[in-house]
Ligand binder design. Structure first.
Ligand code: NDP
Length: 285
């Protein structure tokens, strides 16, 4: 039986640290604030937004949602994003994506001030991550994976790490974060040959592929640590969701595995708040 790496204790530990640091800022009359920019009302966005607001509230931080209709035009939205970016009391900004196709998302992302880019939406933010600049904020999801590894005392240095997926929001920054901590990193994608064998060779396997239960028994081996980032509709349980790893197949084989739900996904809003607090501390240094 593998050790199941639950996200909640990790999130609780982050939140406990945040509460202390927020209190310190409050003695200086400063309350960190997250600004959430949402266009339209997709259920997934609303769900994440609710979680982010609740986490902010739980650690004593403020949050404000800036909501826009789906038919907003480019010029009006650019102006609004610049105004939000300029607000002194907003320390971190999360903008849900993708934006409606009528909007130039690349241009709009670039209007978010890098020092408030707490989920790595800007090229400047990504540059900081890829150049190991500690003033930058990697996307919350790969950071949550790192928080999981740290909390459960899983060594990274010198170990074979395989990241399954190469998106800009998860796979690539995940690889950079593992590399920063001296992992020996391989990135896999849809053109990787002998995928099960490459994954099986990992000591730490991070699955961020967006395919329900794709990682089967032949992808894993005893002694392995498996972090499952996936959030997919569960084909076997309508209305439920599942990871990229077939938990029932992998869990009896590997040493440690994060579940879905209740794994990485439980940690991301705490990381979002942590990044906003760090941004606030830097803006008020
Ligand atoms: P993307 O669709 O952007 O990227 C998926 C990656 O997986 C791509 O690099 C793609 O390769 C690769 N891939 C797809 N199919 C295969 C295959 N059959 N074999 C090998 N590689 C494959 O997804 P994201 O990175 O945005 O998200 C990944 C997963 O993480 C999703 O399930 C998503 O829901 C979840 N997620 C979870 C979050 C959380 O907080 N827990 C937050 C964000 C995402 P290629 O580049 O070659 O196309």
């Amino acid at each position: 039986m593998a050790e199941v790496l639950k996200g909640k204790p990790v999130a609780d530990a982050i939140k406990a640290e945040l509460i202390n640091r927020v209190e310190k800022l409050k003695t200086r009359g400063i309350t960190p604030k997250l600004g959430i920019i949402r266009v339209g009302a997709r259920p997934d966005d609303l769900f994440y937004e609710g979680g982010a607001k609740k986490t902010c509230q739980g650690v004593g931080m403020d949050s404000e949602v800036f909501e826009f209709p789906e038919n907003i035009d480019q010029a009006s939205f650019e102006k609004a994003v610049m105004e939000i970016g300029a607000k002194k009391d907003v320390n971190g900004i999360l903008m849900f994506s993708p934006l409606p196709k009528t909007l130039d998302e690349r241009k709009i992302r670039s209007l978010i001030p890098v020092e408030k880019d707490v989920d790595c939406l800007t090229i400047g933010g990504a540059a900081k991550v890829f150049t190991d600049d500690s003033t930058g904020f990697p996307p919350c999801t790969p950071t949550a994976c790192m928080e999981m590894l740290h909390f459960y005392n899983i060594p990274i240095k010198g170990r074979k790490c395989v990241v399954l997926g190469r998106s800009l929001v998860v796979g690539k920054p995940m690889a950079m974060l593992l590399l920063r901590e001296h992992g020996t990193v391989t990135i896999c994608h849809s053109r990787t040959q002998n995928l099960p064998d490459v994954c099986k060779d990992a000591e730490i396997l991070v699955a961020a592929v967006g395919r329900a239960k794709m990682v089967k028994a032949d992808f894993v081996k005893p002694g392995q640590i498996v972090i499952d980032v996936g959030i997919n509709a569960d084909p076997d349980n309508p209305g439920k969701y599942c990871g990229d790893v077939d938990f029932a197949q992998a869990e009896p084989i590997v040493e440690k595995i994060s579940p879905v739900p209740a794994g990485v996904g439980s940690v991301t809003t705490s990381v979002l708040c942590k990044h906003t607090l760090l941004a606030c501390e830097m803006q008020n240094a």
